[in-house]
Design a protein around this ligand. Structure first.
Ligand SMILES: Nc1nc2c(ncn2[C@@H]2O[C@H](COP(=O)(O)OP(=O)(O)O)[C@@H](O)[C@H]2O)c(=O)[nH]1
Ligand SMILES: [Mg+2]
Length: 234
């Protein structure tokens, strides 16, 4: 039987984070029907071998291996498109997101009239943890810039941790920009109908292992996304 929930996890060089992350998800999603789909852009550190070794003994884990492509948003879109589940989640592969919220997110989607539940760092009870001031400032400017393209006033449009209904994703999909790092804002701005969403707080943890891939080009991609959406170029 198809799992009810697929957690799409984009990865690039996350070898030592894979096993602890699956263990934590397994512990929190007891009695739920779930799968994890890793979307890996040809990692060079052995992430692929680690995932393949786990897949041999665990049918809940799947891998989409992309060659000749890089990009967080497109990895998430490809992963959600490949899954057939009724509910989809997007989550980082470095244990910075609080997996213990997954169960509550799923229950919210099932029991409330919602398209989307967002893990938010910028609301009471949430936090970005101990970022240095330059990263905090960049994130706050990016959050503010989201207002240029969205009327929804999300508290954390830059969040990479959320759960959504498949039908909401399918409706937004033809209109997605697809570039850059920020798939949540893209989904919301691309939806042809009003989005029913809820934000819930979480604290962004420190990276478990490995390095952040966020660089200057990510900021540039974001500016391009805002301009393209504002002038209606998809
Ligand atoms: N498939 C794929 N995953 C990526 C890419 N860039 C980053 N990721 C993954 O996306 C998640 C978030 O990236 P990260 O570098 O931790 O961003 P940060 O948390 O904002 O510093 C991690 O699981 C990364 O491995 C990419 O180009 N392709
Ligand atoms: Mg990270």
């Amino acid at each position: 039987m198809k799992p009810e929930l697929t957690i799409v996890i984009p990865t690039y060089n996350e070898r030592d984070n894979i096993r602890p992350l699956i263990e934590k998800i397994d512990q929190t999603l007891v009695n739920e029907s779930w799968s994890v789909l890793f979307v890996d852009d040809d990692s060079t550190d052995g992430t692929l071998d680690t995932v393949r070794a786990i897949i041999k003994n665990d049918s809940r884990i799947e891998l989409l291996h992309r060659i000749g492509r890089r990009g967080l948003s497109s990895a998430c879109i490809d992963g959600m498109s490949a899954s057939q589940s009724t509910y989809l989640a997007v989550m980082d592969g470095d244990l910075q997101h609080d997996e213990s919220l997954l169960k509550y997110m799923l229950a919210s989607l099932k029991n409330e009239n919602l398209d989307l539940v967002i893990g938010s760092r910028y609301m009471p009870g949430g936090s970005v943890g101990n970022w240095k001031w330059s990263r905090k400032t960049t994130s706050l400017i990016a959050t503010w810039m989201a207002k240029i393209v969205s009327d929804y006033h999300l508290k954390d449009p830059m969040s990479g941790f959320f759960m959504l209904r498949r039908d909401f994703f399918e409706q937004a999909k033809p209109h997605l920009h697809g570039g850059g790092f920020k798939i949540l804002l893209d989904l919301i701005v691309s939806s042809p109908r009003e989005v029913n969403f809820k934000e819930i707080p979480f604290t962004f943890r420190n990276r478990h292992s490995g390095e952040s891939k966020l660089g200057a080009e990510v900021v540039w991609e974001y500016v391009k996304f805002i301009v393209d959406k504002k002038i209606g170029k998809k």
